[in-house]
Design a protein around this ligand. Structure first.
Ligand SMILES: [Zn+2]
Length: 583
């Protein structure tokens, strides 16, 4: 497909099971490959034969994954091209639904295979655990319920995306309204914030009803799988073998006792800089000193060049990986007509490379996004030697350590983009963002724990629980000068959780970002002590992919996999000290 920004990328290893020229549009060409895998696993008579079968299966999975990725990339790079859209939709609608049951049948065959117990134990520990889990949790009666759940999620997204307001005579989506919250004129921010809050409140009953349906479905899904509540089910479903509900509660407490006090100090500071008596909900996204946005680069060539220099100074090996991606045109960063919005990283599973998509417009946010996605890309490049497809991946709790660490490590050399004062400003904004986000993650996670362990709650009880949790993690007026004054907007505050897409679409999937941030902060702290050692540990941990359980991935990166105050307090103190140095 010539619609791709990059040229031919040969498979990392020559194919030995998948034919060279498969027509991926044609299910009758794909199906025999699954038939062959079905037959081969039935015949595998030794651990060695079973391992060889796993590699054939890996080869097919990687080829299918890359094909789907190429179509996705072509479509998002050319949203105005009907062919690209058709090719992608064909794969999603015609091929994918046929693949899923075949892939699941292979998992089942593996789980009940007599030679499975003879596979090298340590090597297959994670693969065994994950595959058994997926087979054990499967319930045929949950398939239609999950389809229903997806549909309800789409309805939420549709409603969310359709909301608009009339702002000073112009129709604006709520996303477009976001930038008015960064305006230095306070009256403008207030007007914009109120408009959005009122618009959302008009839909509050609908959002509540959508969520009621979702949580009812989820309760049923859990019951069908033999769990007494959805929280316990989803912990298993998300493969949380290495931490418990109690660990999450320890994270909540640690945020409350260490992060929230720092957030209060920062808010007191913002208040003073802004010169306001109290912080209101519309005062949280503006530069407190009223400065215009930072301008790190003029165009994408400059972004690439300066990023390359930054990586060159950070680490030769990582810089080499970035250079290779540039040479292969695996970075499409410019914002242009016909490109889908946003940014993403897509792994190319067969070439064992990665592609970065962005819509850079010249903001500091773009630099942060590129550092973040580059961290993910370095992860994929680091695992390329791994032949088991399932191990060329990473649990989310660690995948984001790769990317968030790169934001922090890269920021150490952000002078490649700025003179010293602006560099300090960029670093300060980033660290302040981490503090706010940790508090928000604890809020969203604690609320979901409440929801799914209080079946039959009323809307009033749910709102009250949200407000109490929101307050606990610092989002209200505190005696010591920080905090936000919500008076007059109690109704909007009680429904604030309606804005958090994950609560509707990806239940419980959120604390992963908090866990990963603790890992990234530890990598950063280590790098302050000994940068070469911290980077060596980071790269070694990345290379492990998904082959070891989380505590071992964290340990390899030089981090503790532990979320209590003992871990969080020193990290919070480090952020406080760094901020103090910046003045
Ligand atoms: Zn990420």
């Amino acid at each position: 497909m010539s619609l791709l920004p990059f040229g031919v990328l040969p498979p990392y290893r020559k194919r030995r099971f998948v034919p060279e020229n498969v027509d991926w549009n044609d299910w009758s060409a794909i199906e025999p490959l699954f038939d062959r895998l079905d037959a081969a696993v039935a015949k595998a008579a030794s651990a060695a034969e079973l391992e060889r079968w796993l590699l054939d299966w890996s080869e097919l999975s990687a080829a299918l994954d890359e094909e789907s990725g190429r179509r996705y990339i072509a479509m998002t790079c050319h949203t105005d091209n009907a062919e690209a859209e058709k090719a992608y939709l064909h794969f999603v609608e015609e091929v994918d639904p046929k693949l899923k049951p075949r892939q699941f049948a292979l998992q089942q065959a593996f789980v009940k295979h007599p030679q499975r117990g003879d596979l090298p134990r340590a090597r297959y520990e994670v693969f065994n655990r994950d595959t058994v889990n997926s087979v054990e949790l499967f319930r045929a009666e949950n398939v239609p319920l999950e389809t229903e759940e997806t549909k309800l999620g789409q309805q939420y997204q549709k409603l969310n995306g359709s909301l608009s307001v009339n702002f000073r005579g112009e129709e604006k989506t709520l996303i477009q309204m976001g930038r008015f919250l960064e305006e230095t004129d306070r009256a403008t921010r207030e007007e914009a914030w109120k408009l959005v809050a009122e618009r959302r409140l008009k839909e509050a009953d609908t959002f509540d009803a959508q969520f009621d349906e979702l949580s009812k479905l989820r309760g049923q899904i859990a019951a069908n799988a033999g769990f007494s509540n959805y929280r316990d089910y989803i912990f298993r479903r998300l493969g949380r073998f290495d931490y418990t509900v109690a660990d999450c509660e320890r994270f909540h407490s640690a945020v409350e006792t260490t992060v929230v006090p720092l957030l209060m100090e920062l808010q007191a500071e913002w208040k003073q800089k802004l010169g306001v008596a109290t912080l209101r909900p519309w005062d949280l996204n503006v530069d407190a000193l009223g400065r215009p946005p930072l301008k790190p680069f003029a165009d994408v060539d400059e972004l690439l060049l300066r990023s390359q220099k930054l990586f060159n100074r950070l680490d030769g090996e990582l810089a080499g990986g970035f250079q290779r991606m540039r040479d292969l045109k695996l970075l499409d960063l410019a914002n242009r007509k016909g490109k889908a919005p946003g940014g993403y990283l897509y792994p190319l599973a067969e070439a064992r490379m990665a592609f970065i998509f962005m819509n850079a417009v010249g903001l500091q946010r773009d630099v942060e996004t590129l550092l973040h996605e580059a961290g993910h890309a370095f992860h994929w490049l680091a695992m390329s030697e791994e032949d088991l497809y399932a191990y060329r991946a990473s649990p989310m709790e660690f995948a984001e350590v790769a990317s968030m660490s790169m934001e922090l490590l890269g920021n150490e050399f952000i002078e490649e983009f700025y003179h010293p004062a602006d560099a300090a400003r960029a670093r300060r904004t980033h660290l302040e963002g981490i503090v706010s986000v940790l508090a928000w993650i604890a809020t969203v996670d604690a609320f979901q724990h409440w929801i799914y362990t209080h079946p039959g709650h009323t809307h009033a009880e749910r709102d009250a629980a949200w407000v109490a949790i929101h307050q606990r993690f610092g989002s209200s007026l505190h005696r010591d000068g920080g905090g936000v004054d919500w008076s007059g907007f109690e109704a909007a505050r009680a429904k604030l959780w309606h804005r958090q897409l994950h609560i509707f679409l990806h239940p419980f999937y959120y604390i992963e970002y908090g866990i990963a941030q603790l890992g990234a902060l530890q990598v950063w702290v280590n790098s302050k002590r000994d940068r070469a050692q911290a980077l060596a540990d980071y790269k070694r941990a990345l290379a492990l992919g998904n082959s070891r359980p989380l505590p071992q991935l964290f340990a390899a990166a030089g981090c503790k996999f532990e979320f209590s105050e003992a871990t969080v307090r020193p990290l919070t103190n480090m952020i406080r000290e760094e901020l103090a140095k910046m003045g």
